[in-house]
Write a protein that binds this ligand. Sequence first.
Ligand SMILES: [Zn+2]
Length: 267
Amino acid sequence: MPAKGPIAVVTTISTLNSFVQGVGGNLVRVQSLVPVGASPETYQPTPQNVAMLSNARLLVENGAGLETWLQGLLDNAGASNMKPVVGSQGLPVIGHNPHLWMDPQYAKHYVERIRDALILIDPAHRAEYRHNAAAYNRRLDALTAWIRSQVDSVPRSRRVLIVFHNAWQYYDNRFGITTLGIIEEAPGQEPNPHDFGHTIDLAKEHHVRAIFGEPEYSPKLAESLAHDAGISVVENLYDDSIGADPQVNNYISMLQYDTREIVRSMQ
Ligand SMILES: [Zn+2]
């Protein structure tokens, strides 16, 4: 029997919502388990999450070790009607770094996995899902080309970053940027003074112009690092979560915003 109304889709992180909306359009309704502005790495699930999963037909998770809290939640929800999809499955994971969606070319793979899952759940709309996924992936190709043109405007030796946590590895690899330093190796784990001192030395040595924090974490460490390294600019970047503001409230606008901030800092 066909389901009435839009298909209830749950993602783990809000950054993946755009992929579901891009493929499903009005045929889906999407919510994320981790709220906008919260960190998936330090997340504590809530009873509302159990209710969301119980009603969901499709769960889109990142995988690659990001959602360590998900299995317990699934056991509690007992959602037998729900199909799980792991967006990063089949992509090459580097080390234990789960942030594969930050490369817009890898994001196309997430879109295709979501398309295939929606076709299985709702084969009557197969043509629409295929059409939407192809259109969204063309936008991701255009985004990739735009980011490349922005980054290529910066001399190679200046393409260096110091960021809050290691969310930028796949983006860096795609666009030829080096993350010189990371403030927190694992989010929520304060760096030891030796590592922190080393990051300050790197920032000075490479004349880093800006330190990037993240809205879901306290700016204290980024500000202290900037102070000690003599850097005046501390900006936020969005990666694990989109933001509430329209300029960062979907995947494409988020990466455009981040890229503008990054390129401005490296000029
Ligand atoms: Zn992260």
